[in-house]
Write a protein that binds this ligand. Structure first.
Ligand SMILES: Nc1ncnc2c1ncn2[C@@H]1O[C@H](COP(=O)(O)OP(=O)(O)O)[C@@H](O)[C@H]1O
Ligand SMILES: [Mg+2]
Length: 418
């Protein structure tokens, strides 16, 4: 690893006791020693984890370096690396059935992992942090199929390769243990949202607007459980439609959508999809909400010729409306809504959410100290830490699992576990 010793001025021999983790499972006593058993490390009392996230938008691989020394994690470094278009195309094609999937899956699995390792090295280099100080990486991987009805979900990004190339223990495959316990395997961020953002006597909702949008309801009354679920499309249809008509990856600022008025008949047709009437727990992905889904609705109402900008405006309305309806139904006493995810930069969308929730204070998570771009990646750093400490990462009230579970498998750093 570059920078391992360059950034280290004073080193002392590893003091094992100083770094013992409170690990009831006892499978790893000190991940820093597992990562670099023979290496001298700095006297550094930070508790560092890395989170890696690439969501349904498939726009970029986001990485954060977070310090967990205090009550709440603090992001001390971040990188967002756009997915190379060839890899993105491969991954997109794997979201739907096709020829020779297994071999294409294997290739994408390795390519995503190589990119992840490169991003981690860049993150460490930028933040002048030697790899041996990082206790673990939490790698979400890239979802290519999320099939809760079958009880499985596939994320590519071989954690063996990430651990090998970075030397850092890597936690991955977070969703399937929850699914093995009968859960949806999603959303997983609510437990982190609760730890980070819940406030006694204030009723808050966290809204993550990624490719798919999801909410976490954080009741003010401590005895009420945290709930959360996918509300439906966030940016994924907006991005897809914008690319089809403008050859642009997204509608910057929502400016194109803002030039048109939504079509009421199309909005009604889209809202009539049974997904929006399902009671939580519910989760979804781009295998359900894709342009074919939109095209079918346009054909059903005989409006294939609708102006492209009108469709874009209607898709903004769909995201805003389904979010607002979910909040009104499942958090009727909501006082504050905090937004995160790339959708916060779609000003048209945020304006429509505000218009539909006039009684709520609406801001992004930056107002609570966490940049809205990094919430999801920080959640996976947090989940990695939970796994390393043998603590559960799911909320059964959210996923419908039969109980709390430690999520993810741990892939040791360069040297195998003793
Ligand atoms: N300036 C912007 N204007 C409008 N939309 C934006 C902007 N920046 C990012 N986005 C939207 O945010 C998406 C990425 O959000 P992200 O939270 O990373 O989603 P995911 O978790 O699905 O990857 C982009 O695909 C795009 O739709
Ligand atoms: Mg993203």
């Amino acid at each position: 690893m570059q920078g391992d010793s360059a950034a280290v001025n004073q080193t002392t021999d590893c003091d094992t006791k100083a770094f013992l983790l409170d690990n009831p499972y006892g499978f790893i006593e000190d991940l820093r020693l597992v990562n670099r058993p023979h290496q001298k490390i700095t006297k550094d009392d930070r508790e560092l984890y890395i989170g890696l996230m690439s969501g349904t938008s498939m726009d970029a691989l986001d990485a954060v370096l977070a310090d967990f020394r205090q009550d709440k994690p603090v992001v001390v470094g971040s990188v967002s690396e756009p997915l190379p278009s060839r890899l993105r195309t491969q991954l997109l094609s794997l979201c739907h059935p096709g020829d020779n999937e297994l071999e294409r899956l294997c290739r994408a699995d390795l390519e995503w992992a190589r990119l992840a390792a490169t991003v981690v090295k860049k993150l460490l280099n930028d933040s002048e942090t030697p790899a041996c100080l990082v206790r673990a990486i939490g790698s979400h991987g890239q979802t290519i199929r999320h099939l809760p009805a079958l009880g499985t979900s596939i994320q590519t990004g071989d954690p063996n390769l990430i651990a090998e190339q970075t030397g850092i223990a890597t936690v991955a495959d977070f969703r399937r243990r929850d699914m093995a316990a009968g859960g949806e395997g999603a959303p997983l961020a609510p437990a982190f949202h609760e730890a980070m953002f819940r406030q006694p006597s204030l009723s808050r909702v966290l809204v993550n607007i990624g490719g798919i949008a999801n909410i976490t309801v954080l009741p003010g009354a401590q005895e009420r459980p945290v709930t959360g679920f996918d509300t439906g499309p966030g940016n994924t249809l907006l991005d897809g439609w914008c690319f089809r008509h403008k050859r642009l990856p997204y509608d910057a600022g929502g400016n194109w959508a803002a030039t048109a008025t939504p079509d009421a008949a199309l909005l009604q047709a889209l809202l009539s999809d049974p997904f929006f009437a399902l009671s939580p727990p519910r989760s979804t992905g781009r295998e359900y909400f894709h342009l074919g889904w939109l095209d079918a609705a346009l054909a059903r109402i005989g409006k294939e010729g609708l102006a492209a900008a009108t469709v874009q405006a209607t898709l903004v309305e769909l995201t805003a409306c389904t979010l607002a309806q979910a909040i009104e139904t499942y958090a009727p006493d909501c006082q504050q809504v905090y937004l995160c995810g790339g959708g916060v930069f779609n000003h048209r969308l945020v304006a429509r959410i505000r218009a539909r929730l006039p009684g709520c204070h609406i801001a992004d998570t930056g107002a609570l100290g966490l940049d809205p771009r990094w919430v999801e990646a920080t959640a996976f750093a947090w989940l990695a830490r939970r796994a390393c400490l043998g603590q559960p990462g799911n909320l059964p009230a959210v996923t419908n699992a039969t109980g709390f579970r430690v999520l993810g498998g741990v892939y040791p750093g360069r040297h195998p576990c003793p």
